[in-house]
Design a protein. Sequence first.
Length: 307
Amino acid sequence: MTAQSAAGSEQRLALGAGAGCYVIWGFMPLLFQFIARHGGGPWEILAQRTVWAIPPAALFVVLANQQSQFLAVLRQPKVLGLLAISACLITLNWVLYITAVNTGRVLETSLGYFITPLFNIASGALLFRERMDGSAKVAIGLAAAGIALQTAAIGQLPIISIVLALSFSTYGLVRKQVAADAQTGLLIECLMLGACGLAYVLWLERSGGGHFLSDAGVAAAFVFAGVLTAVPLMMFSWSARRIPLSAIGFLQFITPTITFFMGVLQGEPFTWLRGMSFVFIWIGVGVFLWGAWRRSRLAAAAVQSAA
């Protein structure tokens, strides 16, 4: 196998891993809904999820040979402080997401993750003075129109969608400031959250309100949820270093597309006005992706010209 064909094979594998992680995230509501039907509440699901994410997260640190980096981060209060903030942000995101999908509001989570990349653009412009081109401005304007229509359709501001987008985009901004690889950062976040999660789980089981010891199927689902917390993140981290950012831009819309159809098939209210709100969001997404593709083409042409 030539070096060129080997590189092409690795890129195809990375593209598959990237798509795979978004597919997993897209179907995770079904797992949370299964646990909820058997009595598990959002906080118990979150606590169990963080506890059972620790073993695979630790395994990934060992496989990446980052034990020394992990120990070094433990001696850096500033990095630990940033990871504590990111852990709080992802906790907010996770518990709100679990609550939403278990209370018949899957469509609102779909909207939230459709607009997250557009929130990232706006955050970059506001916080880091990044320049927005015309396509980015149009995309954000269309997203704002979509949110306004969603507000009219459901009779109130789509708080769940907005908070999901804000918390996840802010989480990404904080993690960008962390001087540690994804595996190390994830393990430390899981340890921080898992300590509180374990205490809550033990209290629940002791008080008779837990579901881990009472139902083998639910116990397996809790463990599976933990594994599915760590594994897709590592798949994403591995693939993101091997495929273009423009490809990541396309792949990230797999998850909300899956949850959109899931919400519709599960019979959530879907009026024509709500449908129009998603049409505006999808057009905004299309403009965003077209702009990203055009920028990547221009950058590739500039590199080729310089070479």
